[in-house]
Ligand binder design. Sequence first.
Ligand code: AHR
Length: 330
Amino acid sequence: MLHYMKFLRLLSVFALAILCSCKKDSSADADGSSGSEKNPGKLTVGFSQIGAESAWRTAETQSVQDEAKKRGVDLRFSDAQQKQENQIKALRTFLAQGVDAIILAPVVENGWEPVLKEIKRANIPVILVDRGIKVSDESLYTTLIASDFVQEGRLAGEWLAKKLNGKGNIVELQGTPGAAPAIDRKKGFGEAIVKNPGLKIIKSQTGDFTRSKGKEVMEAFLKAEGKNINAVYAHNDDMALGAIQAIEEAGLKSGTDVIVVSIDGVKGAFEAMVAGKLNCTVECNPLLGPAAFDAIEAVKAGRPVPKKTIVKDEVFEQSVAKDVIGSRKY
Ligand code: AHR
């Protein structure tokens, strides 16, 4: 009897261990759309996504997943929780699975060469979506489909310079350090406001593209500068929405006492504009699924694809928000 009890206990420990290891392995296809076995009749694509840090990111994930479903693609999805090491791990898993193509939204610009070299050796095309990378050999990826982040920053800067009549103190909420949109949006904004000597960036810090961090950093800015702050420039809408919360909690009127401009054009930003709390958003289109799969199909059919496809973006001011909010797709 004693032996039998011991045997049962051992059996449950084993079962638990097997369960845990399965859970870990499924990270490369976390949407549950497929297992690691390749389906010979289907195109198999690995998608290494940064995370779910913003509404924009969730919309991009949805766009890729919807398009995969529409085209009957076996999509292996991996959420890296904003860590490059997790993305590299996912890429190696896709490589081991022998996927037909990889879609990569890279969290940062640098550090991709070794893993991309391994993937290139296996002849797997890599489609970069949304963010670019820095590599010495551009043949390490097939194509990049993205917005012009420098231009987005420039548009936000030009809009704000006009709104403030070329004079005022700005605080900046930057995106993830080392990420292409954080670097480029800072650059573009700087280029636009430098023409106005009366405009100053008095504080600038990362809010990691998240609403909670945006709020936290804005609270610190308000504590240090208070009513000295005339405007907020946030590298994405989620951080702006967090900052708006901090402004209101500090007893100030967002959109009036403090002007707020950001980038993305997500539904929440339009709602904040309708409520008069956000002044302007520069669109950055996340619906990249169709273009990504068009590129994969072209490569697989032996057709040439451009090295870079720039997605067109628009500026939306508070005054038009009410009229366009209904037609927003994300
Ligand atoms: O790379 C695009 C940026 O990343 C979006 O502006 C932001 O919301 C996201 O997290």
